[in-house]
Design a protein around this ligand. Structure first.
Ligand code: C3B
Length: 841
């Protein structure tokens, strides 16, 4: 690492470089300085937002000091780095996390109290960073937390959307989308105007032989858009490591192009170009598990891949190493197929720009990339039309064809007589128009492909990627079961439970080694401990009840059983099964005598989640939930026995309130459709039970915590195909109890029955693809078992503690270590010395 400052002047730098606050007084001084100077506010007009800003800026400074040191340390260490390419990072709020990770939350709390503020109110001022849709984006955020905590040299690369996932409002029972402009004041990003990459689109390819007789390929003309880096610090927990998340923002190229236009008087069209360029990073596509093939989305993907790859290559070239060492220094993980063009871009850089031979380049490419698959749903598997790519990225299309040709030739050599196989594994689908199958390209261009839970990793090998297992053998495919960060999802979301656990097992070490939770198991019969455990759950339910009171305007009884399903609304996740179950329960209550009602366990059914704006069926489900709520919640026959709540605008910060408050949470996808699920892990880690199908990570959760501690129901994934077939060709009948539910809806019990017609006919007439009817009986019976189990509170708390004690496996730290060992081949950095220096000062 070189420095432009002469040796003898560096002493001054060292003397004056900021150290960061550690005491309460130092914190207050920093915060007040920022409020009065950076924000130009004063004691007389400092509201909570200004106090938040001052606090955030004080912590940001601290993070940046550590961030700088981390980057220096990682450069000196000169080890292999990991780059995590993800179109989504669902980070949520940063301040609370920063305070906890650097270990100064109490300092800030006392300091803020001195200045006249309550820390909870200040934390609540922050706007969520919501650059993601759901599980995939939140997983990326948990991974960043673990990579920093474990001291890996790892960067995230993404897009700096001006608009994150939309805000959801419910109006008259319908979802309404409001744009989420979140950059008004965002102290957590650093614009790096000195770090930019020019990215090219459109144009044409010129192939010629130069004077030395060498074949030259050059991609010419078209349009240039500039990518500017915005860096977001990612602090690790209890370590000096602060890693980097680099997000790219688009703007029109400041190069000659525009000047020419300005000078020739085309001012308006130059400004229009500017806006078109800015559109690329303007908005996150709000689909979860769905790809729609829009050109702008492809532009986003290439823009981000190209900028990231050039940044990575530039860093590598500074090391003056040979190209053959590239993959000893660089590992790149593709979060789903969204960044697959990075494979093509690296090949292009190496061959067209750096002059390497094709084979030499391809060896480097394939040893650099790893690909994670997150879904088997056909509508989510990306395909891009050949004409679209031809127009936008003409050189890339040629490279894709060349990759495919070489691959198919190698397949043909090994399976000479299997013409069908060639067609099946070809990157190009011979449809009209032809399509590029991005998952196949990702597999061919990577050295490892992984699924995100055991069942899912098995399924990709036996279904969608079966032919590739034949071609490559099974070793290229592997499993890394997802995990979650216990820092945010236990310590931050549920501080009292974290504290109770620490008091029992002697320290907070479990936050860094979650397997230590097993030390709780000896206390499952400790009366005092169980009492405290139950009290904390109750307090968390009270907190959620207050949230419901303030946002919905009605009260729910915190003593009732809280039954929660929060996640994106999707037919495969089956919120419809849940709400039909609720209606079934409602009808049962209505038909009971007062005596019978007294024996019931009161329930609060909580739903939350966004529907993609164009996903009409999902929106219908939201509508039904809200309409059922309107009727049930004011039915005097029902009273406290059943409440149905739809919480608006579910996001990360709301999840931090909701997750700790569940008695039972629902993970009820059609078996074989939910790749993993991660909220299932969050709920159990917070002492909630699960009702779930044998799908995704539910299966491994069951294995870890024990069958007696989970409520499983429904058909198995291996039977799904036969059942679907039977719906169309057998003597299929809808479950009679479900028919009664439909009749109740059709009578207009919940308003205009026409509004819900499609939901019913999808099951009755159109084959019930998601097997709602097949699973309805066992779902309802299992809910009854839950009521019975809940009556024995002592046994329930035992289950709760036992489950938490056995959740160690599901930390994203374990998950990241597995990726590091088996896919990335990277080692953590040694930070012992840094820690010592810090302890001394
Ligand atoms: C999700 C899957 O639906 C979840 O089962 C899984 O837990 C997470 O990814 C993380 O692996 N997923 C998503 O959120 N968006 C997609 N486009 C595909 C999968």
């Amino acid at each position: 690492v070189e420095s432009s400052i002469p040796e003898h002047m560096r002493e001054a730098w060292k003397k004056f470089s900021p150290k960061g606050f550690t005491t309460k007084d130092e914190f207050e001084s920093e915060a007040v300085k920022h409020i009065e100077t950076t924000l130009a506010r004063s004691l007389f007009n400092c509201d909570e937002l200004a106090a938040y800003s001052g606090t955030a800026l004080a912590f940001r400074d601290r993070l940046i000091i550590d961030w700088n040191k981390t980057q220096q340390r990682q450069s000196f260490a000169d080890q292999k780095r990991l780059y995590y390419l993800s179109l989504e990072f669902l980070m949520g709020r940063a301040l609370d996390n920063a305070m906890l990770n650097v270990g100064l939350k109490n300092v800030a709390k006392d300091g803020l109290a001195d200045l006249g503020f309550r820390i909870e109110d200040i934390i609540a001022q922050e706007h969520d960073a919501a650059l993601g849709n759901g599980g995939l984006g939140r997983l990326a955020a948990c991974f960043l937390d673990s990579m920093a905590t474990l001291n890996y040299a790892a960067w995230g690369y993404g897009l700096r959307y001006r608009y994150g996932i939309f805000k959801q409002e419910i109006q008259d029972g319908y979802q309404v989308e409001i744009p989420d402009y979140w950059l008004d004041f965002n102290p957590w990003e650093f614009p790096r105007h000195d770090v930019s990459v020019d990215v090219q689109f459109y144009g044409w390819v010129n192939k010629y032989t130069n004077d030395e007789g060498k074949q030259i390929v050059s991609w010419q003309d078209g349009e240039i858009v500039t990518a500017t880096a915005y860096d977001v610090p990612v602090p690790g927990y209890g370590t000096p490591t602060v890693n980097n998340l680099r997000l790219w923002s688009s703007k029109a190229s400041s190069g000659e192009f525009d000047f020419a236009k300005f000078n020739s008087g085309e001012y308006e069209s130059a400004v229009a170009d500017e806006q078109r360029a800015e559109t690329i990073s303007a908005v996150l596509y709000p689909n979860d598990n769905l790809e729609r093939g829009k050109e702008l989305r492809l532009k986003q993907q290439y823009f981000w891949c190209a900028a990231s790859l050039h940044d990575i290559v530039r860093r590598f070239k500074k090391s003056k190493r040979k190209w053959s060492e590239f993959s000893d220094q660089v590992a790149i993980q593709l979060n789903d197929t969204h960044p697959t063009l990075a494979i093509v871009e690296l090949q292009r850089i190496l061959v067209d720009m750096e002059g390497l031979g094709w084979d030499e380049a391809w060896t480097i490419v394939t040893s650099t990339f790893g690909y994670t698959n997150h879904t088997v749903l056909p509508e989510a598997l990306e395909k891009w039309s050949v004409p679209l790519i031809q127009n936008l990225l003409p050189r890339h299309l040629q490279i894709i064809y060349e990759i495919n040709l070489q691959f198919l030739q190698s397949v043909e050599k090994r399976f000479p007589k299997d013409r069908d196989l060639l067609g099946r594994v070809s990157i190009i689908e011979e449809s009209q128009p032809k399509m590029v199958r991005m998952a196949y390209l990702a597999i061919i261009g990577s050295h490892k492909v992984n699924g995100v839970a055991e069942l899912h990793s098995d399924l990709i090998k036996t279904t969608i990627f079966k032919d590739f297992v034949k071609v490559y053998g099974p070793d290229k495919f592997t499993n890394v079961t997802n995990g979650i960060t216990p820092r945010r999802w236990l310590h931050q979301a549920n501080p009292r439970l974290s504290e109770l656990i620490a008091s029992k097992i002697g320290s907070y070490e479990f936050l860094k080694d979650l397997t230590l939770l097993n030390k709780l198991e000896p206390f499952v019969d400790d009366k005092e401990f169980k009492k405290e455990w139950a009290e904390i759950k109750y307090a968390n339910k009270v907190r959620l009840a207050q949230h419901i009171q303030t946002t919905k305007g009605y009260s729910v009884n915190p003593k009732a059983l809280f039954d929660i399903q929060v996640k994106r609304i999707h037919e495969y996740k089956r919120q419809q099964l849940n709400i039909f179950g609720v209606i079934h329960r409602y009808m049962a209550i209505k038909s009971m005598s007062p005596e019978e009602r007294k024996k019931l366990v009161p329930r609060v059914s909580v739903f939350g989640g966004k529907a993609a704006p164009g996903y009409w069926m999902a929106k219908t489900i939201i509508h039904l939930i809200n309409k059922v709520g309107e009727v049930v919640n004011k039915d005097p026959d029902v009273g406290d026995l059943l409440k149905v709540v739809f919480l608006e605008d579910y996001n990360v910060s709301k999840a931090e309130i909701i997750v700790p408050a569940s008695d039972i949470s629902e993970h009820i996808s059609t078996a074989g459709t939910e790749a993993s699920g991660t909220s299932n892990m969050k709920f159990v880690l917070n002492g909630g039970m699960i009702i779930g199908t044998l799908d995704g990570a539910n299966i491994e959760i069951t294995r870890e915590i024990g069958e007696q501690n989970i409520f499983l129901f429904g058909n198995l994934s291996e039977d799904v195909e036969d059942l679907r077939h039977h719906h169309f060709y057998g003597d299929y009948k809808v479950n009679p109890e479900l028919v009664k539910v439909f009749d109740c809806i059709k009578k207009g019990t919940f308003g205009d029955e026409g509004a819900f017609g499609a939901l019913i006919s999808g099951i009755v007439e159109h084959g019930d693809y998601y097997l709602v009817s097949d699973d309805f009986n066992s779902y309802c019976q299992t809910q009854d078992l839950i009521d019975e189990a809940y009556k024995d509170q002592d046994a329930w708390v035992t289950k709760s503690i036992t489950s938490v004690a056995r959740m160690g496996f599901f930390t994203s730290d374990r998950c990241i270590n597995e990726y590091a060992d088996t896919i990335w081949n990277i080692e953590p950095l040694d930070v012992a010395e840094e820690k010592e220096v810090r302890a001394r000062t």
